[in-house]
Design a protein. Structure first.
Lengths: 181, 539
């Protein structure tokens, strides 16, 4: 047996059913009308290892606003850009509770969206690229435009995952509210 | 030094023959092998000394002994004389007294019988009661006091004398050759405990209160009150006056119960097997994958390799868990094949009873490979020193990969256009751009230097770091019949995350394939094609 006989082309997958990087590794969960604000809809992508990526749900009013905007990670008392973590357990990371504001989306018309992190955990990393390239959030919210990376215990991650809406449930809710209008 | 006087002193105090030789400071193993002759030299000829702890044979030629009993073996209606009760040596608690050895021999024989080593040599070690330190010191203090020229460091250590006496006799008993630990891989350790030790060591609280009372107070921190190092430390500072001040320690107290052997442990030095594994499966982790005790994947490279070895050695699953250890020069993901010559690995076998023969090694390779998921073509014995090569391989050697990638849309998207997800045909221009891309100087042997943050898929258990890695070469090729696919042959520094370089992981690896190609891409399959390391090296 020669391993010359083996070629990467042996492993061409079914090209009609390819999953994106996001789809391969992450389960999307949703929280709508956060803080009672209509269309303040959030999305958290859970990796199978419980790392959570925060972003906006497609139905967030952000996506229907056409003003220019900036992403500001300085949320008043805390600058998320100063976050730093050490070691495996990410010690020293900013502690987050569901209402903690991760960043502010500041529009040219002076309006502001405050982005809540929606779960209890530790802030591991914010997507600094959003400062230079804010359009990433509009164009690729579930990949390059993610907002922040969070880590929580297995217990909390499991609980949060089960409390938030699954993709199917989310679609149903959106349909319902659209039909109501 | 007046040797005869010293021996007389020691005997009066209650030492056995071998201990007397120890206090004389004799260091020649041959002396101890024939200790009875030597002791005779140092005793007043014909006179048995007080408290002689040697067994006295009661013969018909009655020996005039100090206790005043003149035994004549003559009367028939007297019961046969029992052997006189032997006084236990006040220095070694009987460890160096031959009459106590048969029990030890039997414990060793029992263990050897169970294990059945093929090894014909052995080394032996003694774990002696800590109280011997106290006894040694006490006798030395008395000796120094009685003999002004007696130096405290004269004493031959108990362990040495024990190897030269007990060890030699043990060799004859078990029919093996006695060697030093540096030479023989088989170590037999006897654990001797002295039942009255706790009471004896109590006096240290009086003699060295600073050392021991603290420990007693902090019961939580110090589970054992007296450790060897702490007792050694205490012994350094004790004076004869101090010692004599303790109740019953005005003289050397007698010993009522001898030290007993609580265990005879036999351990063989670990042996090592080295080889390279080829992984043909895309659904096989390298090591067992369990989450909270639940198995996530059916088998693993490690288990497939261990199984035939466990069979040859007749190991239970528990044995396998504790006595076999798998080590490799890096690892690949579950869905990544390892081709070429395979990845170097080694197996450590703890306490092996024997070595595998050449034939057995060949058969193990055949067994491993017949499943088709893992191929091992050759397995050989390697020495412990060789193992560091594996670690080197993991950390410093470059690896070559083959990646199958797909082109997804073009760069510089216009706003509002869904991008990065729609497959698009790869052009010759694309290929050329990838092959010519570099972000280093022309003389640099690496074409691309990348900064990679800890990938999200391992971020839950690794620290968040940015690693700089070098990609030496990238060669792209189109795939016939599949216009949107292309392959990459990539040669990288050890520790480079290739998948993340290909898809860019949301921008957390930069620059990535996207910068070289001018378009976004994803990776569909990955193979390791070469792990450049000279392994295993025949001895």
């Amino acid at each position: 047996m020669k391993t010359m006989d083996f070629n990467i082309l042996d492993s061409i997958p079914d090209l009609d059913n390819l999953k994106t990087f996001t789809e391969r590794y992450f389960s999307k969960r949703y929280l709508i009308n956060v803080d009672g604000i209509k269309n303040n809809d959030m999305m958290i992508m859970f990796h199978s290892n419980r790392i959570a990526l925060l972003s906006l749900a497609p139905s967030h009013s952000f996506f229907s606003k056409n003003e220019n905007y900036k992403i500001n990670f300085n949320v008043g008392k805390i600058d998320r850009l100063n976050n730093s973590v050490k070691g495996k357990s990410k010690k020293g990371g900013q502690l987050l509770s569901p209402k903690s504001v991760i960043c502010k989306i500041e529009f040219s018309d002076e309006s502001v969206f405050e982005v809540p992190c929606c779960m209890k955990g530790t802030l591991v990393e914010v997507n600094e690229e959003l400062v230079q390239n804010p359009l990433l959030l509009k164009n690729m919210p579930d990949s390059d435009g993610f907002i922040a990376i969070m880590l929580a215990s297995i217990a909390i991650s499991e609980a949060t995952k089960s409390e938030l809406l699954t993709h199917e449930e989310y679609i149903k809710c959106i349909d319902c509210s659209v039909n109501k209008e | 030094m007046d040797n005869k006087a010293i021996v007389k002193f020691c005997k009066e105090v209650g030492c056995c023959d071998i201990c007397c030789l120890r206090y004389l400071g004799l260091k020649n193993p041959a002396t101890y092998e024939n200790y009875k002759e030597y002791i005779h030299k140092y005793t007043e000829s014909g006179v048995e000394v007080e408290n002689n702890s040697e067994e006295q044979q009661i013969t018909s030629n009655s020996v005039d002994n100090i206790n005043g009993n003149t035994d004549v073996n003559g009367c028939d209606d007297e019961p046969p004389k029992k052997k006189k009760k032997i006084s236990i040596c006040v220095s070694c608690f009987g460890i160096l007294q031959e009459e106590n050895w048969s029990e030890c021999f039997n414990m060793v024989k029992e263990t050897l019988e169970k294990k059945r080593y093929e090894c014909s040599t052995f080394a032996c070690a003694l774990s002696a009661p800590i109280a011997t330190l106290l006894r040694d010191k006490a006798i030395i203090l008395h000796l120094s006091d009685a003999f002004k020229d007696y130096k405290e460091d004269t004493l031959t250590p108990l362990k040495e004398a024990w190897k030269w006496t007990f060890g030699v006799k043990l060799a004859a008993q078990i029919g093996m050759t006695l060697d030093s630990g540096a030479i023989s891989p088989l170590l037999i350790t006897l654990n001797m405990e002295y039942p009255d030790e706790p009471q004896e060591l109590e006096i240290l609280k009086q003699l060295s209160p600073s050392l021991f009372q603290e420990r007693q107070k902090q019961r939580r921190k110090f589970t054992v009150e007296f450790t060897r190092p702490s007792v050694e430390q205490a012994m350094d500072k004790i004076s004869l006056e101090q010692l004599k001040g303790v109740d019953k320690w005005n003289k050397i107290p007698s010993v009522d119960i001898e030290a007993k052997c609580v265990s005879a442990m036999c351990v063989h030095a670990p042996s090592y097997l080295g080889g390279r594994y080829i992984k043909l499966s895309r659904e096989l982790p390298q090591t067992p994958w369990l989450i909270k005790g639940k198995r996530m994947m059916e088998s693993s490279v490690q288990e497939i390799i261990f199984e035939p070895i466990a069979k040859v050695f007749d190991l239970t699953p528990e044995d396998v868990e504790h006595r076999l250890k798998f080590m490799s020069a890096g690892r690949e993901d579950v869905d990544v094949r390892c081709l070429g010559d395979g990845r170097p690995f080694a197996i450590e076998i703890t306490d092996p009873r024997r070595d595998l023969t050449g034939d057995e090694l060949k058969r193990v390779c055949e067994e491993i490979s017949k499943g088709g998921q893992v191929i091992v073509q050759k397995l050989m014995h390697v020495s412990r020193n060789e193992l560091s090569e594996l670690k080197k391989g993991e950390e410093t050697k470059c690896k070559t990969y083959e990646a199958l990638c797909i082109k997804l849309g073009n760069e510089n998207p216009e706003p509002n256009i869904l991008n990065g997800k729609t497959p698009v045909a790869v052009t010759e221009e694309d290929i050329r751009r990838i092959n010519e891309y570099r972000n280093t100087e022309a003389e640099d042997e690496a074409k691309i230097v990348v900064k990679q943050r800890t990938p999200i898929r391992v971020l839950h258990r690794r620290p968040l770091l940015t690693r700089t890695r070098r990609i030496y070469d990238v060669v792209a090729r189109r795939v016939p019949d599949y216009p949107q696919l292309f392959t990459l042959t990539i040669r990288t520094e050890a520790g480079t995350y290739v998948k993340e370089w290909c898809h860019g992981e949301f921008g957390r690896t930069t620059p990535s394939l996207r910068d070289a190609a001018g378009f976004r891409a994803d990776i569909l399959a990955l193979d390791v094609t070469a792990v450049l390391l000279d392994w295993p090296r025949p001895q």
